[in-house]
Design a protein around this ligand. Sequence first.
Ligand code: GLC
Length: 548
Amino acid sequence: MSDRWYSKAVVYCLDIDTFADSNGDGVGDIPGLIGRLDYLSRLGVNCIWLNPIHPTPNRDDGYDVADFYNVDPRLGTLGDFAELLHQAENRGIKVIIDLVVNHTSDQHPWFQSARSSPDSPYRDWFVWSETEPSDRKQGMVFPGEQDETWSYDRTAKQWFYHRFYKFQPDLNIKNPEVREEIKKICAFWLQLGVAGFRMDAVPFIIEETEPGNPNSPKDFGYLTELRQHVQWRKSDAVLLAEANVEPADLVTFFGDEGGSSNRIHMLFDFMLNAKMILALAREDPEPIIDGLRDTPKLPAGGQWATFLRNHDEIDLSRLTAEQRADVFAKFGPEKEEQLYGRGIRRRLAPMLGNDRRRLELAYALQFSLRGTPVLRYGEEIGMGDDLALNGRDAIRTPMQWNRLANAGFSTADPKDLIRPVVTDDGYGYETVNVTHQRHDPSSLLSWFERMIRTLREAPEVGNGSCTHVDVPAPRTLLVHRADDTTGTMLFLHNLGPDEVRIDLSSLEGDAEQPNDVLADSEYPEPDKLDDLSVSGYGYRWIRLRRGI
Ligand code: GLC
């Protein structure tokens, strides 16, 4: 992987504490992850995104950081981390880490000092108000679990701002020292060898919060500054941002008005995520076609990160009420399957009724659309969830490695596990696990390996243009194509249960030797494109030509 490696990457997101426990204390750790790098390498992953690794009171799964310059002792040491980077590099795998700098934990020494006295050197590192701000009850990210964004601190005798939970006070981006400190944090980890950062909550980082103003201005210039700094320290480092904002506002995160990509390299495509889920729910590709059509043009070098399932709830807030209702009805009708009134807290396999055809279809679709695919650990074996756990923890259960005790995740006493392993009928570790699937060429895991290998042969997917092929098509069929100097791929995805046929002879001029490189089943060779069939919930990836 050379320049712009991120646009050819397959990103695998994992939480070290639920991945593999090497010392039997019930919590996954860095040596455990090192022991599983070969697994990830075989799967075809070439970039790992680690959820927060820093010391933390762990009240928001590590997104409440108490020290940005260290590794949480439960996970290992900085030495272990350096070893991880080395071992990953040996296998051609890059590592990016979560950079959570919108806020700190309230246990962070900076906040402890800040609240202790108005004269603390850290007082102005956070956002305060003498009086109760009128927008105190606005802008909450976790409705139901959070009832204000300004809380009174008895020690400081002032109100402090927290966009997320009350134990996550926001840093004050207007303060030049804070701006410098964030750069120093990035430089530290880059120096250790990380390939970049998944930046948490970017629209809120750059918010110049004014008490009483729920629409405080944003300082996009800081993103330009940070990008420059990061790039000077490591030229190919990548910034991958979480910015779940209106589509019209997205381009500003990539670059300034000059049209150059001088801010964030990659943004998660939340809109396409919601539209894919809606399309799967309705068995109708129209929302995806809309999504592709409405995508703003990105400056050169800008790239989407495409995902179906991440570590949070599936956020449906950008859909209309009617669309959201359709998704809930299909994929999460029960209250306990929903979260914050806007999302679903299930894994994809249970949402799709553990139907292998629909799972393959969903992931074939995700990986064939534009952008860099991001996969959440456990999805590759079709893991289930545990709705008895709180909120988003439902999908944060230990990785299922084999059918031994604790799914092979840990040798600890089950009561000491960070979270219980899934044991229910359909998704329990005795049936759903890596070892079992590794030995079975027809397993979901083997399919993922094949699918990712196929992508490697066709860099136009993800890297090149991605367009809907606008021809008369059966209602449930999505036809799209990827084009670049490396070649052209044609994709047929049938979102419905019945077989369909399509005439694509109009594309014959683009075809040299069309052949199915990945499909749900054997199809006759597509020598001509005039009568192509696709089974119910089936898909065909047809390479039309190599090179130009
Ligand atoms: C982001 C993370 C989420 C976390 C929140 C607060 O939205 O994805 O998991 O709770 O930020 O840091």
